[in-house]
Ligand binder design. Structure first.
Ligand code: C5P
Length: 292
């Protein structure tokens, strides 16, 4: 479902700089169905993306450099551990580009920021350098394969198995993070139960957003309870989201970001975003729409 047309890169005519959105990844469901011998967990997750995200750009340059700006720039490493730089080196070792990251998504927050940034970097650099995408991106992280194609997908295995899902109804979405960072390995380690049932083998054809929200309520995020115990601020967020006009709310990934879905009328999500931000100025609250 990924099409350049649907998710355009923009090109500056002056500088040949390419830029693109690195969209937030949201696990609408996240079932933990087992654990491999190497410790990695088997997942079954309905993953979507929103038009809320970081902004990545890439311009021709002799050296490979990364400049990080934006509200969440602090704490993002710019050394060799940075996933964007690792992705660039995986695509072509010893090749130059001036990369910038405008960091709008809170880091370590369950919405795939680092993986989405790295995937957007690969898309931009494959255009800039005119090289094919690397085959094996899983080595950069379990969320990388799904982020390479930022549209609704079912993700299983440890993140490497992707399949199509029935057309999702249009939805507006609010994302809330209480500004606490969550360590994904710590949540995985603390899980009480690792052998939970998967989603149904065949996902239903959802008639409308209400029908979709009702179905989501029959599914789970198997990390949510553990994350709420380790970070009680997540419960505060979920309580606040449930008090809005949302059709459905839940935690994404290993948290702490939670999402709430709204009808795509352009008003309900905006109203909820304003009310939540006014009541909790210390939280990160963003609103947008799901990418189709
Ligand atoms: O692959 P990624 O760097 O995102 O994963 C971070 C950590 O989360 C891994 O080192 C592993 O401990 C845990 N993890 C897991 N099962 C997965 C994905 C991640 O146990 N499917």
């Amino acid at each position: 479902c990924w099409q350049k047309r649907a998710h355009p890169r923009s090109k500056s005519p002056m500088s040949n700089e390419l830029s693109a959105l690195a969209p937030a990844k949201i696990n609408l469901t996240l079932h933990i169905t087992g654990q491999r011998d190497d410790g990695y967990h088997l997942l079954d997750s309905l993953v979507v993306f929103a038009d809320i995200g970081d902004r990545i750009s890439a311009a021709p340059a002799d050296e490979l450099t990364l400049n990080v700006t934006g509200p969440f720039a602090g704490g993002i490493p710019t050394d060799d551990s940075n996933l964007m730089l690792r992705a660039a080196k995986l695509l072509l070792p010893d090749h130059g580009a001036a990369l910038t990251l405008e960091k709008h998504l809170p880091p370590a927050s369950g919405i795939g920021g680092g993986s989405s940034d790295a995937a957007a970097t690969l898309r931009l650099l494959s255009d800039l350098w005119d090289v094919a995408m690397p085959k094996d991106v899983l080595a950069l992280g379990a969320d990388m394969p799904v982020c390479m194609t930022p549209c609704a997908q079912r993700m299983s295995g440890i993140g490497e198995l992707l399949s199509k899902v029935p057309a999702l109804p249009a939805c507006d979405i609010v994302l809330v993070n209480p500004r606490v960072e969550v360590s994904t390995p710590a949540i995985f380690k603390s899980l009480q139960e690792r052998n939970n049932p998967p989603m149904p083998a065949k996902l239903p054809a959802w008639a409308n957003v209400q029908d979709f929200a009702e179905w989501l309520g029959t599914q789970r995020n198997d990390m949510q309870t553990t994350a709420e115990v380790l970070q009680p601020a997540i419960t505060d967020v979920l309580v606040a989201l449930q008090a809005t006009d949302t059709l459905f709310s839940r935690m994404s990934g290993s948290g702490a970001t939670c999402f709430a879905l709204f009808p795509p009328d352009g008003r309900a999500a905006k109203n909820a975003q304003k009310a939540l931000q006014a009541a909790h100025p210390e939280w990160w609250v963003a609103e947008g729409s799901l990418l189709s």
